[in-house]
Design a protein around this ligand. Structure first.
Ligand SMILES: NC(=O)C1=CN([C@@H]2O[C@H](COP(=O)(O)OP(=O)(O)OC[C@H]3O[C@@H](n4cnc5c(N)ncnc54)[C@H](OP(=O)(O)O)[C@@H]3O)[C@@H](O)[C@H]2O)C=CC1
Ligand SMILES: Cc1cn([C@H]2C[C@H](O)[C@@H](COP(=O)(O)OP(=O)(O)O[C@H]3O[C@@H](C)C(=O)[C@@H](O)[C@H]3O)O2)c(=O)[nH]c1=O
Length: 300
């Protein structure tokens, strides 16, 4: 068996090192071994591996949503052009490509939950380049699992929850948008579900091809960025963390009152029916892993 991980130091990548270990993770290619800013470097790096991979898991991405607005070429190389080459390489080797995408492929104008087949319409460069990456994978003909997730946080790494805790330690009041709704999802959950999906196939190429497709992989339930921030602060306060901002000093504001270079979808709610049915899962509520992560931060 040979499973290769590209990007082992991001939020999801770090958790995948753990979750994929039982598959005999044979190599982890970090930026020092493969820089996705250079799409031409992708095929040689994969072909140079000691073992021919059965599964290639790509946990890299250009994730700086606002910065991407002024850095389109780089975001496109990492999120699209290199992913296209990776997918073609996977196809030629008969490997399955596991990849992650985002709620930001949608424009957020739908009333209900977004299904996998709903029309996309990214509002910014990050979402556009991620969508182009998805489309290139599907077009390549490689067996693939594309997991669209949202609002990712982890014990380790840069994320909204960690930012809220840092800000609440410094300021008495925080203002957070309350009219963008979605599901905070932990990198731990994403990595565990990835392992369950792969394990369900015993890494058999035919079975990997049978389950190929796009899946929405998010925690159950929904909240706003404001609800997320408030929950993190409440939990940390309950744990005795000294914070200047108490939960009732987290002010709900409108998107218009927090201008950012990139537009974000108002509705990021993704339907998880397909992933639950296919792999026999019941996703935990978003608060479950948030509580766990905040508790770990407070114990540290
Ligand atoms: N973060 C979020 O809120 C969400 C993320 N996603 C998707 O989930 C996946 C994982 O995201 P997450 O773990 O949060 O991302 P992180 O920002 O935590 O990590 C990104 C990873 O990509 C690597 N990377 C970035 N640029 C390059 C490059 N040019 N060459 C090689 N490696 C590079 C980074 O390497 P290095 O450590 O060297 O910088 C890092 O390992 C991505 O596909 C993302 O689009 C989807 C929805 C929400
Ligand atoms: C820091 C801060 C942000 N906000 C708002 C801005 C924005 O609308 C929202 C989230 O802010 P951030 O910039 O931290 O999050 P953002 O980088 O937009 O997060 C996104 O990252 C990419 C990678 C994804 O794929 C998405 O699923 C999503 O997780 O909160 C406030 O209202 N107050 C604040 O103090």
């Amino acid at each position: 068996m040979s499973v290769v991980l590209i990007g082992g130091n991001g939020q999801v990548g770090y958790e995948l090192r753990r979750a994929l270990a039982p598959f005999g993770l044979s190599a982890v290619l970090d930026r020092s071994r493969l820089d996705l800013n250079d799409p031409d470097a992708v095929r040689p790096a994969i072909e140079a591996l000691d073992e021919r991979p059965k599964v290639i898991v790509n946990a890299t991405a250009y994730t700086a949503v606002d910065k991407a607005e002024d850095d389109q070429a780089s975001a496109d190389r990492v999120n699209h052009l290199s992913v296209a080459t990776l997918a073609e390489t996977a196809r030629d080797l008969g490997a399955c490509l596991v990849h992650y995408s985002t709620d930001y492929v949608f424009d957020g104008s739908k009333d209900g939950l977004y299904g996998e087949d709903d029309p996309t319409g990214p509002l910014g460069v990050y979402g556009q380049t991620k969508l182009a990456g998805e489309q290139a994978i599907v077009r390549s003909g490689a067996a693939h699992l594309i997991f669209r997730t949202s609002w990712v946080y982890a014990r380790r790494g840069k994320n909204f929850a960690a930012t809220m805790l840092r800000l609440a330690a410094d300021r008495e009041e925080l203002s957070v948008v309350a009219d963008q709704v979605g599901a905070p999802t932990s990198a731990e959950l994403i990595a565990d579900v990835t392992a369950i999906a792969l394990g369900s196939t015993s890494l058999d190429p035919d079975r990997l091809r049978t389950i190929s497709g796009i899946y929405h992989l998010v925690a159950a339930g929904e909240t706003s960025w404001h609800g997320f921030a408030r929950h993190v602060i409440e939990r940390a306060s309950a744990n005795g963390r000294p914070l200047k901002a108490s939960p009732d000093r987290i002010k709900p504001i409108a998107t218009a009152d927090y201008p950012t270079p990139a537009k974000r979808p108002a509705n990021s709610r993704l339907n998880i029916g397909k992933i639950e049915r296919t792999f026999g899962l019941q996703m935990p509520r978003w608060t479950t892993h948030v509580d766990r992560t905040v508790d770990q931060w407070c114990e540290a």
